[in-house]
Design a binder for this molecule. Structure first.
Ligand code: NAD
Length: 381
């Protein structure tokens, strides 16, 4: 079945990110006859890639030409998943880039292993879709930001809520002032599953690997502003040391330049009843429950804004791939909804939370106040 989101509708919804529109465009466009497919290469055929490949099979304008992984069994898995396109397999991504005529490359490697691949892909001039988080340290995020800002191709990050019909309908209600001035934001990602022995460094710890999705949504609600300060308290349920293991529970609060506070809990190992995703934005007149697609007034009114996406963390994931391919096919002129600037803020926010939660010198979970400037990013504008 082909994916049928109309391009016109998509471009309309894409336009709501004012900062994205203001960024200007670059392109490595080649002329695409209507019936020619966009040539796709993949790097990193793990768990997430499996889902993305299933979704990519719905995008009829795309053809997977090559798949690359360090492990031969993963290459075979990629070939199987994209069997209709008969892709070639590679263990070396540079060889893949040298040997194949590619238009776009998707990087789906581990969170702390994005910049060594994304930077050369961008420098070689390809359009690049890379999974979130951008990477797991400020230095590696800055490396991608510098490469993406100077690239001929565009960079798109896998924060799929930026492509979700539910979030795309709910966010303008907030951004256009229908709820009055935003006063407070509350979020949670609570899980039944989890382990006290999940490794920290690979993921950049829990907030970075996962909650970066929600940091991204809330900076969107703040009109792409980043917070000025943050405090975070967290721990590992089995007292595993934070240098090695991820936190299992954390509570983090961010303060934005206009004083708005975003309070967030990220919890694992709960009874199934409590497994819930929450993203609430409160204003002077009303509040929006973003995943529910609902607005609730202080006057007790209720208004449905969109179809709900509660519990569907994958909302927007087909749309983001459709847009990646469509953008390439139409010349790479559009700044993606989830772009280098949105990805930078969402990722740095989550690194900010982790920095406020863990004192790595003491190998201890210790709450501290961290200011944005303490991160030392060299890519602030
Ligand atoms: N958007 C979402 O909702 C979502 C959901 C889950 C995971 N993710 C993200 O997807 C990314 C991948 O996560 P995963 O769980 O699939 O990881 P994974 O460990 O299952 O897969 C990573 C793969 O990359 C391969 N790889 C590493 N270095 C390579 C290189 N130099 N060349 C070729 N292949 C290489 C590994 O061999 C492995 O097969 C992460 O950034 C994660 O945060 C996103």
């Amino acid at each position: 079945m082909s994916y049928n989101l109309s391009r016109r509708r998509f471009i309309k919804t894409s336009a709501i990110s004012a900062s994205a529109v203001a960024l200007g465009t670059r392109s490595v466009a080649r002329g695409f006859p209507a019936n020619e497919k966009v040539q796709i290469g993949w790097i990193g055929i793990g768990g997430r890639c499996t889902r993305l490949m299933i979704e990519m099979n719905k995008v009829t304008d795309a053809r997977t030409v090559a798949v690359c992984d360090l492990k031969p069994d993963r290459i075979e898995k990629g070939k199987e998943l994209m069997a209709k396109d008969k892709p070639k397999g590679y263990t070396d991504f540079r060889k893949m880039m040298d040997s194949e005529k590619l238009d776009g490359i998707l990087v789906v490697t581990e969170p702390n292993n994005h910049s060594p691949l994304v930077v050369p892909v961008l420098e070689a001039g390809y359009h690049c879709f890379a999974e979130k988080p951008m990477d797991t340290t400020v230095q590696r995020v800055d490396a991608i930001v510098n490469a993406a800002r100077n690239a001929k191709g565009f960079y798109q990050i896998g924060t799929q809520r930026r492509y979700s019909p539910t979030f795309l309908a709910g966010m303008p209600v907030i951004l256009n002032g229908k709820i009055g001035k935003v006063t407070f934001m509350q979020g949670q990602w609570h899980w039944w599953r989890g382990s006290t022995k999940r490794l920290g460094e690979r993921d950049g710890w829990g907030l970075t690997e996962q909650a970066c999705h929600h940091m991204d949504v809330m900076s969107w609600a703040m009109k792409e502003k980043h917070p000025v300060s943050c405090v975070s308290i967290g721990y590992n349920q089995d007292h595993m040391p934070p240098k090695t293991y991820r936190e299992t529970h954390s509570a983090t609060a961010f303060k934005f330049p206009d004083g708005t506070i975003f309070s967030y809990t990220h919890l694992f190992l709960l009874a199934p009843h409590f497994e819930k995703e929450k993203l609430w934005v409160f204003g002077e007149k009303a509040g929006v429950d973003l995943p529910a697609g609902m607005m609730y007034g202080r006057d007790k009114s209720e208004k449905k804004i969109a179809e709900p996406a509660i519990g569907n963390w994958g909302t927007g994931q087909t749309e983001q791939l459709f847009d990646f391919v469509d953008n390439i096919k139409t010349g790479g002129k559009r700044i993606p909804n989830a772009n280098v600037e949105t990805g930078r803020i969402g990722t740095l926010m989550s690194i900010m939370g982790r920095t406020a939660m863990i004192d790595f010198d003491k190998n201890a979970f210790e709450p501290r106040v961290i200011k944005w400037k303490d991160l030392g990013s060299t890519t602030d504008k």
